[in-house]
Design a protein around this ligand. Structure first.
Ligand code: ZN
Length: 323
């Protein structure tokens, strides 16, 4: 893919295209921004230009062809589920010490996952970069990268995409005419096409409706029913995290309806249910529940037991409702 074909990150793509045109390529780039906003797509496109025989990402020269087949000998990807260890940086160092006559590019995903030892070893490489080696580091967490590494890279930031761009990209990718689902998913994805595609593939809409149904019923349930609900809730952490994110939006929406600030509701398709349910809470209890959900989300991200979080949260949500 050519840089000019990438949608939604004009600053990054014009900066990189200009580097290609003027042949001023840095040794190291650091792309940072949230997941799913186009960092890797842009990095791969940049690599495509760098390694292409015409520098145009022509798609047909032997280098472009081998990139497409994922076996271009001058492009390497370092990625990990756990952490990037010093051994991996050492082998990267071995592979880059031979003199090259053309660009040799390393894409290092989740660069923030380097152990301190690995980061220090990488820093040494950056201090004396071998000729024709280009590193592209990706991260969603700039603050976790050693400042000494950051200062030796060309840092390029990838902001969230606008809802319109997410909608447009989603429409292209899913090739589906269900406009209301596209609108809904684009709004829920908060500027990330990656997240939008995840939401699209999942049984997300059905799940969302199910969660709303429980939240509407909750204020009129008795305590044993609430406990029963928390015990039958599916105990998958990722799913529950998303459910809680939705609950957060639901209670924010309730608060907005209560205070008559209804411009940007997430559950715009549940206006009736929102206005009925908001009568069951005071403004203060809506605020308390909102901060409790945020607190429970941080617990879930810290591996606290899912069942415990759900039980506590649903009970407090019920208790916060007016009798
Ligand atoms: Zn080419």
């Amino acid at each position: 893919m050519r840089l000019s074909e990438i949608i939604g990150q004009p600053i990054a793509t014009t900066t990189l295209a200009r580097a290609i045109e003027t042949n001023r390529i840095s040794h190291a780039y650091l792309f940072h921004g949230e997941a799913g906003v186009g960092k890797e797509t842009t990095a791969r496109s940049f690599v495509n230009h760098l390694l292409c025989e015409t520098r145009q990402a022509c798609g047909s020269c032997s280098s472009c062809q081998s990139l497409k087949r994922n076996n271009n000998p001058y492009f390497h990807v370092l990625e990990t589920d756990t952490s990037i260890k010093i051994q991996e940086i050492r082998s990267l160092k071995r592979d880059t010490q031979f003199k090259q006559e053309q660009y040799n590019v390393w894409l290092i995903k989740d660069a923030d996952k380097m152990t301190l030892q690995a980061a220090n070893s990488f820093l040494k490489l950056l201090e004396e970069p071998p000729e024709y080696v280009v590193w592209i580091l990706l991260t969603t967490n700039l603050a976790s990268i050693l400042p000494t590494i950051v200062s030796r890279c060309q840092v390029i930031s990838f902001p969230r995409l606008s809802d319109d761009i997410v909608r447009k990209l989603l429409q292209e990718k899913v090739n589906n005419a269900d406009q209301s689902k596209i609108d809904l998913v684009a709004r829920m994805a908060r500027g990330s096409i990656g997240k939008a595609l995840d939401l699209w593939d999942d049984q997300f809409i059905e799940r969302r409706n199910w969660v709303v149904k429980q939240l509407v019923k909750l204020p009129t349930m008795d305590i044993p029913q609430v406990l029963g609900l928390s015990l039958t809730w599916e105990e998958k952490r990722d799913l529950v995290i998303r459910d809680l994110e939705q609950m957060l939006e639901w209670y924010r929406d309730l608060w907005c309806v209560k205070t008559k600030a209804t411009d940007s509701l997430h559950h715009i398709d549940y206006l009736h249910e929102l206005s009925v349910t908001c009568e069951k809470y005071t403004k203060e209890s809506l605020e308390q529940i909102t901060s409790l959900i945020i607190e429970m989300l941080t617990y879930l991200n810290r591996n606290v037991r899912v069942r415990f979080v759900l039980g506590h949260l649903l009970l407090q949500m019920r208790k916060g409702a007016l009798a």
